[in-house]
Design a protein around this ligand. Structure first.
Ligand code: COI
Length: 358
């Protein structure tokens, strides 16, 4: 769907009862507390408009709203960081804008203009900049999302959409290295499907298999290919990396793999460091062989929420394989530190990933 731009100033209604006092900067749980304001814009009659910032809170909605029934719902995840000088930066926001539109096209939804995406984001984060924590490992998680808003329950693409942005202070996503179970029954994504986009339904469908894995003591699943369940795809909601014999390997982008922005940043840094990087299929057999002969040096997931989540244990067909202690892992520790340093302005941002707010 082609959309036209309606650049109008954003209407701002400030909250009269700020909740910032509820935020304990030293004890932040992911995704529970939301900042004082939110942004939305509406898509009607073929164009975006009515952009506004208002106090965070419930929005009345018809029970017939199409997104609730047929899943025209897509989202992004991104983060804002505060450096030692109190300056606030977004990490690669234009890449999130590109990706939400790839999701919108695949889900037959209205794409969002760059002006509305970026002006909504920057004005909202600037207004709530006190909510951006500066403690170690913390950030402001930002959740832009679009839903179909037709009041209609016939099955067809919605004609009306709403684009929202809400934000939430975030600490660590995982408190410990993750134990993962290789899934050989349930499927996350198939060729020709929607696995490569951030459609809400991709996450909903993952919850039951993840719950079964959690009941067996694992944190998450490693998804495998839908045909043979041999090739590794994603790790929970993250992209997956392994280091075998000093080579960084990650499954190639395609229909079933999300083009993670953290994934791309990790690949870019590894190449900067002249490490050998392979974006190719990697099977569970290859990983277990490497484990057996002592060449599996590292395994981790990457995503906006967790950044780098080191994997401590892989379960496969009733057996658990234990990986080297995380403290000694050379690549995942180095790349996690470097990303942190770039985001907090402690090293040069040579790739222009940081986008200053205000
Ligand atoms: C991410 O880390 O990028 C995610 O998608 C996780 C989020 C759904 C909480």
């Amino acid at each position: 769907m082609v959309t036209t731009t309606a650049i109008k100033p954003i209407k701002v209604q400030k909250s009269t009862s700020l909740r910032i006092k509820e935020l304990d900067y030293n004890n932040i749980t992911f995704g529970k507390l939301f900042s004082d304001h939110m942004f939305y814009a509406d898509f009607k009659n073929g164009q975006w408009g009515d952009a506004q910032i208002l106090p965070y809170g419930p929005i009345p909605m018809s029970p017939a709203t199409s997104a609730l029934h047929y899943g025209q719902a897509i989202f992004e995840g991104m983060k804002a960081y505060k450096n030692d000088k109190g300056e606030v930066f977004l990490f690669r926001p234009l890449d999130n804008h590109k990706r939400i539109n790839i999701s919108a096209e695949r889900m037959a939804m209205a794409t969002i203009t760059q002006d509305i995406f970026m002006s909504g984001l920057t004005e909202l984060v600037n207004l709530d900049r006190d909510w951006v924590p500066d403690t170690d490992g913390s950030s402001l998680y930002i959740r832009p999302f679009i839903i179909g808003t037709d009041e209609f329950i016939g099955v067809k693409p919605s004609e009306n959409y709403r684009f929202y942005i809400i934000t939430s202070p975030a600490g660590k996503y995982y408190n410990e290295p993750v134990k993962v179970l290789v899934e050989t029954n349930y499927i996350r994504a198939v060729e020709g499907g929607v696995g490569y986009v951030k459609a809400s339904g991709n996450y909903g469908r993952s919850l039951f298999p993840a719950k079964l894995a959690q009941q067996r003591g694992y944190h998450q699943i490693i998804w495998t290919d839908a045909r043979n369940h041999r090739y590794l795809e994603e790790s929970g909601t993250m992209n997956l990396f392994v280091v075998i014999d000093d080579v960084l390997i990650t499954p190639p982008l395609g229909d079933t793999i999300l083009a993670g922005i953290t994934r791309d940043s990790v690949v870019t840094l590894a190449r900067d460091w002249k490490m050998k990087v392979q974006e190719r299929k990697v099977s569970i057999d290859e990983v277990l062989d490497a484990h057996k002969n002592g060449t599996l040096e590292d395994a981790f997931g990457t995503g906006t929420a967790a950044t780098i989540a080191q994997i401590s244990q892989i379960g496969f067909e009733g057996k658990d394989y234990f990986l080297p202690p995380v403290e000694g892992r050379i690549f995942s520790n180095r790349v996690a530190k470097e990303l942190d340093n770039i985001r907090k302005g402690k090293v040069a941002d040579v790739h222009n990933w940081m986008y200053k707010i205000g």
